[in-house]
Design a protein around this ligand. Structure first.
Ligand SMILES: Cc1cc2nc3c(=O)[nH]c(=O)nc-3n(C[C@H](O)[C@H](O)[C@H](O)COP(=O)(O)OP(=O)(O)OC[C@H]3O[C@@H](n4cnc5c(N)ncnc54)[C@H](O)[C@@H]3O)c2cc1C
Length: 628
């Protein structure tokens, strides 16, 4: 084998969402980095829905941005519609979501990557990882016959490893529609002792937007005061400058047509054996599992500014194409719909994530990192944040620095990585707010306050971002001092309180006490109180900075309680377990506890406590053993 290429610090295999963030991070941190991917024209490709964020996923994108990653900036610049989901619930649930121009997203991601001076690109298919006698990865081998050497390797192969596409009775090899699958990496890693598994996911048909009867659908507008993902984005377009989405419904007739294809469905005739995303089921799965429901909601979403192609969210399917077509034409508004691309399912290899450490480095081979769908997750955001962490930690490995591990109380990213490593997954893992026990601390609005300084210490955050952040923090501190001491007077506030049907003030009181009432907001108070308005605006007019204080005062009790719980958890996290501890020597452990601890090899007592099958008494035994 020849090697025409010099030695790299980091090689990233893949140019999807994990690969893009990994390569950008490693290069940003000064590593000579190579992104090698099967198709350079598909960097940053949104394989499924052209959308970013949503419940819990929006929080992930905000965190990626706060740490200096790219997904937030690219989403803001390529968005066609922006909404804040769950506004009617508490701030822990608010989640930004954007509908994106698919082609523009990929184009801007490529542009942003090309701005990184240490980053090199190559189109090729990696067939194996080079491993030395010390069980260290030291490069890659490609289909075109090149060996390229590096200090570290990050695999972000997505849905491509031995991918098989299913449409009804048809099945063929593919990594996603229109792209080849990849072979070699799974087989190579298995020879080094890795275990692989199979998962599946699916996507809906794409429709020619000119053939839809929009009068039969409900229109859905974006937000007028849309909130960006990136803390660097100042403003997004108002609702009338955004594109609209549309809502429609299936009915019993549609379900009847879909059922005619069940016997030819790879989902039901046993051809697809692997597990799919439970929370993102196909339409055939939905009508099968919820047979009593006579309709399912569908979202018709634009694919971009300059195309009439539309994405039919909620209608993911791998039924035969004729069944897809007939069912589609039975949906009200779709009677004349032209199907541009049929829906399909894909099965692919993944590596159960108990095989990686919380740094994303594999346990079996050092200097080798996994990120994204290969770890059993689903979704761009889940992939992107893993890529970012793998990129940061590969760079830190090169610099012989300790890995960055975010705590569960610090970031959704910390929750995701810890869940994967401690609990593993045998179905595609997606993020939910319910997975985070400290979600009132991990809000989308404060992602920068939680993570920007960490990103700066890592060398990820630019001076420009840091300066903006410092200004924001100073403003928030000043606002905090002002509002904590501010007195609200009955004659100014009672008309507002009465209009909101809440009791008027009998005497002057401090602002933080009044603002705990759910009926009123800080912005309404500013609107009626000229003195307050002038004092606040002398510090800042930024809506987000002012809102930050409102949340702090309104939810002060909850926030304090969660801080205390987080501190307790962090105490356990600081109790480190030595690597490769031989659990068979700890006799008093339960059999299941011993097995699970040996398999996962937790890094801290806190992590050990989260492994299912490890009981409280196992934990007590382990703590006594370590003390002795
Ligand atoms: C059909 C389909 C349906 C999906 N449905 C959903 C859904 O409903 N909900 C959801 O949240 N997510 C869905 N996704 C998943 C989403 O696309 C992924 O989670 C996300 O793209 C994963 O990012 P990634 O970076 O891990 O991998 P990908 O985005 O898949 O990128 C993988 C990259 O690796 C490269 N690559 C692979 N092997 C090699 C090799 N040997 N050599 C060189 N390069 C290689 C590829 O060229 C590609 O650039 C779906 C994906 C597909 C394909």
């Amino acid at each position: 084998m020849s090697s025409l290429y010099s030695h790299f610090d980091v090689i990233v295999i893949g140019g999807g969402h994990a690969g893009s963030e990994a390569a950008a991070a490693a290069a940003q941190m000064g590593c000579k980095t190579l992104m090698i991917t099967m198709n350079l024209n598909a960097i940053g490709q949104m394989s499924c829905n052209p959308a970013m964020g949503g419940v819990a996923k929006g929080q992930l994108v905000r965190e990626i941005d706060a740490l200096g990653g790219l997904s937030g900036i690219v989403s803001d610049r390529s968005g066609v519609q922006f909404r804040m989901l769950n506004r009617s619930k508490g701030p822990a649930m608010w989640s930004p979501r954007s509908q994106n121009d698919r082609a523009l997203y990929a184009q801007i991601m490529r542009e942003e990557l090309e701005k990184k001076e240490n980053l090199f690109f190559r189109q090729d298919n990696v067939t194996s990882i080079l491993v030395n006698d010390k069980k260290e990865a030291y490069g890659i081998e490609t289909q075109s016959g090149q060996q390229i050497l590096s200090h570290t390797v990050i695999v972000t192969s997505g849905t491509f490893l031995n991918g098989i596409i299913h449409i009804g009775e048809k099945q063929y090899g593919g990594g996603r529609s229109g792209e080849r699958s990849s072979t070699g990496i799974t087989e190579c890693l298995e020879t080094h002792g890795f275990t692989s598994g199979r998962l599946k996911t699916g996507t809906p048909p794409r429709i020619d937007g000119r053939t839809i009867d929009y009068d039969k659908l409900e229109i859905q507008y974006g937000d007028d005061d849309a909130q960006p993902f990136s803390f660097l984005t100042d403003e997004l377009p108002p609702a009338d400058k955004q594109m609209t989405c549309w809502i429609g419904y299936t009915n019993n007739d549609v379900h009847g047509v879909l059922r005619t294809g069940f016997s030819r469905s790879p989902m039901f005739n046993g051809r697809i054996k692997s597990t799919g995303p439970r929370y993102c089921p196909s339409i055939e799965d939905k009508i099968n599992r919820f047979a009593e429901r006579d309709r399912h909601q569908l979202f018709l979403e634009p694919e971009g500014w300059n195309t009439y192609e539309m994405y039919l969210n909620g209608f993911s399917t791998s039924l035969p194409e004729d069944v897809q077509f007939n069912a589609l034409r039975t949906i009200p508004g779709f009677e004349n719909a032209f199907m541009i691309r049929p829906g399909y399912a894909i099965e692919y290899d993944y590596f159960p994530p108990h095989q990686i450490k919380r740094s994303m480095e594999t346990k079996i081979l050092s200097n080798l990192f996994f990120a994204g769908q290969i770890n059993g997750t689903t979704g761009y955001e889940e992939a992107a944040c893993q890529g970012l962490m793998a990129g940061i930690n590969a760079a830190r490995k090169v610099a012989v620095q300790e890995a960055l591990v975010l705590k569960r109380s610090e970031a959704y990213i910390g929750v995701l990585v810890d869940d994967l490593v401690s609990k593993g997954t045998d179905e595609p893992y997606r993020m939910f707010t319910s997975r985070a026990e400290h979600r009132i601390l991990l809000r989308q609005d404060n992602a920068d306050l939680r993570l920007t300084e960490i990103g700066y210490r890592m060398g990820m955050v630019t001076e420009e971002r840091m300066q903006r952040f410092t200004r924001k923090k100073e403003n928030i501190d000043k606002l905090h001092d002002l509002l904590t001491d501010y007195s609200v007077r009955p004659e100014v506030y009672n008309p507002l309180l009465e209009s909101k049907e809440t009791a008027g003030l009998r005497q002057t009181m401090k602002l933080p006490k009044l603002i705990t009432r759910p009926q009123i907001s800080i912005f309404e108070m500013i609107a009626v109180d000229e003195n307050l308005r002038e004092s606040v605006h002398a510090i800042t007019t930024d809506r987000n900075e002012i809102e930050q204080l409102e949340i702090r005062f309104k939810y002060a009790g909850y926030i304090q309680k969660e801080f205390e719980m987080a501190e307790e958890l962090n105490r356990k996290e600081s109790m480190v377990i030595p690597t490769n501890l031989d659990y068979t020597r700890i006799k008093s452990l339960s059999t299941e506890g011993r097995l699970k601890l040996s398999k996962v090899q937790p890094e801290t007592i806190g992590q050990a406590g989260r492994i299912s099958g490890v009981s409280a008494s196992d934990l007590a035994v382990l703590m006594v053993y370590l003390k002795n």
